[in-house]
Design a protein around this ligand. Structure first.
Ligand SMILES: *Cc1c(COP(=O)(O)O)cnc(C)c1O
Length: 410
């Protein structure tokens, strides 16, 4: 695919509406229907033989073949292939696999390229369950993780060992939103010609609409579709979009782990995708209004949101991203946990809950220092993380303003 074609938001808003739709012509519905299937029926034994060959290649140990053909529910069906095609186009990749959750997309990616004795580099600001998977599962299988400073850039080459097989990025970082120099990191990794290291990134924050990691040198872009692609807080789903070279391994590992996605969930995600560009525009617009308002409040020490001009990541964000999500956080001056709880407990529109990316605003307390080992967190805790939804921004500001009044009340 011609990469220069997709790097424009205008092209992408057409893509989210039209891509991945080849399957729907038969019954003339606008949307690809939900094919609910475990068993796929074959006409005769010749067809079974042919399907085996298509699905696995001529011998069962030839991992190069991963055709999307009707075979068995776990391998997907037109419902999932449709979304996989659409995400592949948006991410400018070779192909995509869907998984049962965003975390399953992370673990499938890591299991695909690591074995006993290997070493991996993971950003210190990684999504906490990804860190737990490295520390509690990979370690148990003899795979060692080193966490690196998200601002490391090309200096990452100093951390490479002969056993290093994977670099796992996330930009911006979970909870604290540091933007990484992804092209710099990838350049440093790829210039090491002595060994092959697979680069992967968690691309959930900006969604495939506003960040295209594969165009900046990354091999695998991982997404929690649960967030913006689904967009309505009612489905768990993950995706991994890959360059051609690494796709077969990824596809086979997903099969072997059995973390396939449910067709009903995939249908809802595809439906969400069709409105992604208008939702993202509004999330971004609202979030910037809120972030600027928060920056002017005297109880706030710092707002962490890369689109803000004085954010340390603003330069790289502007260079590499096409837009921003609505998730941000802030640190307060001289604050106590019970005051933060008072603020959170009385909110009208910002509901208390995990996850984000739905149409609604959310709020939770944030403790960055609890999930870091390579860097120090210099700001007061608890901080507050908010997801800015699609409500009227004035209502959201009034809600936060009333929250700050509760914060001050002793
Ligand atoms: C939510 C999230 C995930 C995990 O996705 P689930 O679909 O909840 O399993 C991974 N990475 C990031 C950055 C997330 O915010």
């Amino acid at each position: 695919m011609n990469s220069s074609k997709v790097n424009k938001p205008s092209r992408d808003s057409t893509k989210v509406v039209h891509s991945g739709k080849e399957d729907v012509s038969i019954h003339r519905t606008v949307n690809t229907p939900v094919y609910r299937a475990s068993t796929i029926l074959f006409k005769d034994t010749d067809e079974v033989e042919k399907a085996f060959e298509d699905a696995y290649g001529k011998s069962s140990d030839s991992p190069g073949v991963f055709k999307k053909v009707p075979f068995y529910g776990r391998k997907g069906n037109p419902t999932s292939w449709s979304l996989e095609r659409a995400l592949t186009e948006l991410e400018n990749g070779y192909d995509t696999v869907l998984t049962s959750s965003g975390l399953a997309a992370v673990t499938t990616s890591l299991f695909s390229f690591l074995k006993k004795g290997d070493h991996l580099l993971v950003t210190d600001t990684v999504y906490e369950p990804t860190r737990h998977f490295c520390d509690k599962v990979l370690r148990k299988y003899g795979i060692e993780t080193t966490y690196y400073d998200p601002l490391i850039g090309e200096k990452i080459s100093e951390l490479i060992r002969s056993s290093t097989k994977v670099v796992f990025m996330e930009s911006p970082g979970s909870h604290t939103f540091e933007i990484q120099d992804v092209p710099g990191i990838c350049k440093a990794i790829k210039s090491n010609k002595n060994q092959e290291i697979v680069t992967m990134i968690d691309n959930t924050w900006a969604s495939p609409l506003y960040y295209k990691p594969l165009m900046h040198g990354v091999d695998l872009s991982i997404g929690s579709c649960t967030k913006y692609v689904v967009g309505h807080s009612d489905v768990m789903l993950g995706s991994i979009t890959s360059v051609e070279k690494h796709f077969p391994k990824l596809w086979h590992t997903r099969q072997l782990l059995g973390v396939s996605a449910s067709p009903d969930d995939v249908y809802l995600a595809t439906r969400g995708l069709r409105t992604l560009s208008v939702r993202m525009q509004k999330h971004q617009e609202n979030a910037l209004i809120i972030a600027e308002w928060l920056s002017s409040r005297e109880e706030i020490e710092k707002v962490f949101y890369p689109p803000l001009k004085d954010d340390p990541g603003n330069k790289i964000w502007k260079r590499d991203f096409l837009g921003a999500g609505g998730l941000m956080s802030f640190a307060l001056k001289n604050v106590k946990e019970n005051a933060v709880n008072r603020m959170i407990n009385g909110m009208k529109y910002f509901s208390l809950g995990f996850s984000w990316g739905g149409y609604e605003s959310l709020i939770c307390a944030s403790y960055p220092s609890k999930s870091r080992t390579a860097t120090n967190w210099k700001f007061n805790e608890p901080g507050i993380r908010i997801h800015v939804g699609l409500e009227d921004p004035e209502d959201l500001i009034n809600d936060l303003e009333a929250g700050f009044k509760r914060l001050h009340k002793s």
